[in-house]
Design a protein around this ligand. Structure first.
Ligand SMILES: [Zn+2]
Ligand SMILES: [Zn+2]
Length: 556
C-alpha cells in the first residue's frame, strides 16, 4: 500500500494560542508543541484552554516523541495534561527544558517524564523521522525551528520566528542551514502566521533601546516596566538600562521571579553584582533609583501590574510620579483587560507609556517580508500557514502566492483538518476533533458547550429558584418559596415575586392531585417562565423543586 504522510494540526490554526501539531507516517506519530490558550472573555470561569488531543488518545503508544520549539506557554502549557495520557520522550533546548521542569514539578504525573536536552544543530532520530533543529529568532532565547526528514521528503516547521540580524540573545537566524535545506528540496513548509497582516520587516529587538534610554533619562520617579515573564531579552535590556542609569531593579510577580531565576541560572540573563533588590526594599530607596519589572501586560486579573493598578498589591503602591512602561504586545482578545489596567494606572496618577508609537516593544514574530524570505529560501512544494486566526492564515497564504506559490499547493486549514501527502500529491482529507478542552480548577474536559451555555444564561439573566412542599396526600403545604440570584433586586421587587408565588400556588393547586413530581416541576417552571416574560420581558433560568412528604413524617 502506498505510504502517506499526515499533518494534523490539533491547536493553533484558526486561533492564537494552544499550538499543537501531529505528524504521522505509517504508525509513528511525532507531536510538535503542546500549548495553552488563555480563555476568551465569553469563557466564563475557565482557567485555561488546552487542545483537544482526543485523536491521539488511543494511539498514545505510537507517539515517538514530543518536540517543544520554545518555552512560551502557548507551546508548553498543556504538556502536563498531555503527559498524563501520553508517555513519550520530550525534546527541547536547555531553556525550554528548564521552564518545563519547573512547571511539571507542580503536577502529579503517572510516571517520571523523559526529557532530552537538544541544541540547534543537533539531529535526533524518532521512528521514521530524522529531526534537525535550527535556530530562529523570537522573543525568548533558545527558540528552534525543525527540519523533519520523512520517507516522503523534508518537512520544515518554522516554530515561532522572526529574522533578527542583531538579536539581544544568541545568534541571528541560521540562514546557511535554511539555504541548505532549500537546496535539498522541501516537501512542505509550516510557517508562523502571527504577523502575516503586517507589511515589511519586524524590527530588531535592539530597536527598543533608545526609547528605554530616553525614559530612564527623563523619568524623575520610579519606573515600572510590564512585560511577559518569558521575554528575557527585554528583561536583559531593562537590566542593562538600569545599570547605565544607576537604578536598582526589583522583580514582581511569581512567573517573573521564576523566569528570572531560571534564566540567570542557565546564563541567559546577566545581572550585574548588587543591582537586584527585593521588592520589599524598594520603598527605602529614593524613587529615581528604582525600576521594577512586573508581569501583567495583558491585564490578567491576578498579575502584579493589575493588582498595582487596583491598589491591591501590598509591596508596591502606585503613586503620582511613577512611570509605567507597557512593553509588550497586547494579544488579540486581551485588549479590554489590558486597557482597563492602563486606565486604572492613569487614575492613580502614573504616567503610562504604551502602544506602537512609543517604541518600547517590537514583535517576536516575522512580518510579511521575512515570511517571503523564508519561503524563498526553502522553496517548498506545499505550504501550510500555521499559528494564527483564520484571517492571519489567509494573509500568509496571499503572501506565499506573491512569491510564486500556486494556490492549489497552499493548504489553509483550521484545527483538526488532516493534510495528507503521498508520492503524487497533497490534499485535505478527514477532520478529527480539534476544539477546546476547558480546564476549570481540577476538572479537565468535563465542562463542555452545554455547561458554558448555562453559565452564559445564568450570567445574562440570573436564576430563580422556586421550592414548594406537599403533604403525603399531594396537597400543597403553605406558600411556595421563591429566591433568586442575579435576577432582580429582591427588596424592590416584592410585588413581582409575590405574583410569582401566587402563580406557583395556582399551578400546583390545579395539578397537584395524582401528578408525578417531575411533571409538576416542569409545569411550574413553564408557568413561571411565561409569568416573568409577560411581566418584565425577561427569561431567567428557573429551577423548580417540589418536595413531597412521605407517610407519617409530613414536613411543614
Ligand atoms: Zn512564542
Ligand atoms: Zn506562539
Amino acid at each position: 500500500m502506498e505510504q502517506k504522510l499526515k499533518i494534523i494540526p490539533l491547536g493553533g490554526l484558526g486561533e492564537v494560542g494552544k499550538n499543537m501539531m501531529a505528524l504521522i507516517y505509517d504508525e509513528a506519530i511525532l507531536v510538535i508543541d503542546a500549548g495553552v490558550m488563555f480563555p476568551e472573555n465569553d469563557m466564563l470561569g475557565i482557567d485555561v484552554v488546552i487542545p483537544d488531543f482526543g485523536y491521539l488518545r488511543d494511539k498514545a503508544s505510537q507517539v515517538v516523541g514530543i518536540i517543544l520549539t520554545h518555552g512560551h506557554e502557548d507551546h508548553i502549557g498543556a504538556l502536563p495534561y498531555v503527559l498524563r495520557e501520553i508517555n513519550a520522550p520530550i525534546y527541547a533546548t536547555p531553556l525550554t527544558c528548564g521552564l518545563i521542569e519547573g512547571k511539571l514539578e507542580r503536577y502529579e504525573l503517572p510516571c517520571e517524564p523523559e526529557i532530552h536536552t537538544v541544541q540547534a544543530g543537533d539531529t535526533v532520530g524518532l521512528g521514521p523521522f530524522q529531526v534537525e533543529f535550527f535556530s530562529v529568532n523570537h522573543s525568548i532565547p533558545d527558540n528552534i525551528g525543525l527540519a523533519i526528514d520523512t520517507p516522503l521528503g523534508l518537512v520544515v516547521h518554522s516554530g515561532d520566528f522572526k529574522f533578527d540580524y542583531s538579536p539581544v540573545h544568541g545568534q541571528p537566524a541560521d540562514f546557511a542551514t535554511l539555504a541548505r535545506l532549500g537546496s535539498r528540496g522541501v516537501l512542505a513548509l509550516l510557517s508562523d502566521s502571527t504577523n502575516a497582516e503586517s507589511p515589511g520587516f519586524t524590527p530588531s529587538e535592539r530597536r527598543v533601546e533608545p526609547a528605554f534610554d530616553e525614559i530612564f533619562r527623563s523619568a524623575e520617579g520610579r519606573i515600572i516596566v510590564a512585560t511577559f515573564a518569558s521575554l528575557m531579552s527585554r528583561i536583559q535590556q531593562v537590566v542593562d538600562c538600569a545599570a547605565r542609569w544607576d537604578r536598582k531593579i526589583a522583580f514582581a510577580g511569581r512567573s517573573m521571579l521564576e523566569s528570572v531565576d531560571i534564566a540567570t541560572e542557565l546564563g541567559y540573563l546577566q545581572l550585574p553584582e548588587g543591582i537586584e533588590v527585593d521588592l520589599g526594599e524598594v520603598d527605602r530607596l529614593p524613587p529615581h533609583k528604582v525600576v521594577v519589572m512586573a508581569t501583567g501586560s495583558q491585564g490578567e486579573s491576578q498579575s502584579a501590574l493589575a493588582r498595582m493598578a487596583e491598589g491591591r498589591y501590598k509591596q508596591l503602591k502606585i503613586q503620582p510620579g511613577d512611570t509605567v512602561v507597557h512593553s509588550a504586545q497586547i494579544i488579540p482578545g486581551n485588549e479590554e483587560l489590558a486597557h482597563r489596567t492602563i486606565n486604572k494606572l492613569l487614575q492613580r496618577g502614573a504616567e503610562v507609556i504604551y502602544g506602537e508609537s512609543a517604541g518600547v516593544h517590537v514583535s517576536g514574530h516575522a512580518s510579511q517580508e521575512e515570511q517571503k524570505l523564508l519561503i524563498s529560501l526553502l522553496k517548498p512544494r506545499y505550504f501550510v500557514p500555521v499559528h494564527g486566526e483564520l484571517r492571519m492564515l489567509h494573509a500568509h497564504a496571499r503572501t506565499a502566492q506573491r512569491v510564486g506559490m500556486a494556490p492549489e499547493d497552499i493548504f489553509v486549514v483550521e484545527n483538526g483538518y488532516t493534510i495528507e501527502i503521498d508520492r503524487e500529491c497533497g490534499r485535505v482529507t478527514e477532520r478529527v476533533p480539534g476544539g477546546y478542552v476547558f480546564v476549570d480548577g481540577a476538572s479537565v474536559g468535563e465542562i463542555g458547550p452545554a455547561v458554558m451555555r448555562e453559565r452564559d444564561a445564568l450570567g445574562r439573566d440570573g436564576v430563580v429558584v422556586v421550592v414548594a412542599q406537599m403533604d403525603e396526600n399531594g396537597t400543597v403545604v403553605g406558600l411556595p418559596r421563591i429566591s433568586c440570584r442575579g435576577f432582580v433586586f429582591v427588596r424592590e421587587s416584592g410585588e413581582l415575586l409575590d405574583g410569582a408565588c401566587q402563580k406557583a400556588l395556582e399551578v400546583l393547586s390545579r395539578l397537584a392531585n395524582g401528578q408525578e413530581r417531575a411533571t409538576l416541576e416542569c409545569s411550574l417552571k413553564k408557568a413561571l417562565e411565561a409569568y416573568f416574560y409577560s411581566e418584565i420581558k425577561r427569561r431567567p433560568s428557573i429551577m423548580a423543586l417540589v418536595l413531597q412528604a412521605e407517610g407519617e413524617k409530613a414536613l411543614g
